[in-house]
Design a protein around this ligand. Structure first.
Ligand code: MFK
Length: 138
């Protein structure tokens, strides 16, 4: 797994950048074939009172899916992102966000993602098509 450092470190990335003062500063790990991050949203991330903004939910899913391909050593961009908002996602509760590869067609990789509460309730699901541009230099 590639550390998020070097040429493509994305230090100002809104989702994972360590130097973005308003960023989410997500940290990731891989367990078996799943990429995982944890996040607890605050009032600054809400839309309606108490509910995480759909754009933030989409960002979390985008990052866990495309970020997985980056972590595997490829420069890649999200070509398509579909989000299903199944239930309101609450602020102030720990969220587990996971991504998995589910298929590949040429340089396009398909992934799925979920946002889950501590009790296992899935509040949002994503699907992404990620375009691999090049293998990253080591
Ligand atoms: C620091 C570490 C951080 C790592 C984590 C980052 C996570 C966040 C990731 C992002 O959010 S990246 C930002 C959002 N994404 C972008 O800005 C991508 C912008 N789009 C592009 O750069 C290009 O459109 C893209 C590279 C995706 C594709 O361009 P191409 O010139 O290679 O393809 P083109 O559009 O000409 O399409 C050619 C064929 O590719 C295929 N294709 C293109 N887009 C597709 C798609 N969305 N789904 C499926 N197939 C697709 C399809 O076969 C298509 O044929 P058709 O035109 O006949 O349909």
């Amino acid at each position: 797994m590639r550390e998020r450092s070097g040429r493509y470190s994305g230090e100002m990335c809104f989702a994972c950048g360590i130097n973005n003062p308003i960023g989410l500063k997500l940290k990731f790990r891989e367990e078996e074939d799943t990429y995982i991050t944890n996040f607890t949203a605050g009032t600054e991330h809400q839309s309606y009172d108490g509910i995480v903004h759909g754009g933030i939910i989409s960002t979390l899913l985008d990052e866990v899916m495309t970020g997985y391909i980056y972590a595997k050593g490829y420069n890649a961009v999200t070509a398509r992102l579909d989000v299903r908002f199944r239930k309101p996602t609450p602020i102030g509760e720990p969220l587990k966000i996971t991504g998995k590869m589910i298929g590949q067609r040429g340089n396009m990789i398909e992934l799925s993602g979920t946002i889950e509460l501590a009790d296992g309730t899935i509040t949002a699901q994503g699907k992404a098509t990620v375009a691999v541009l090049e293998e990253l230099e080591q």
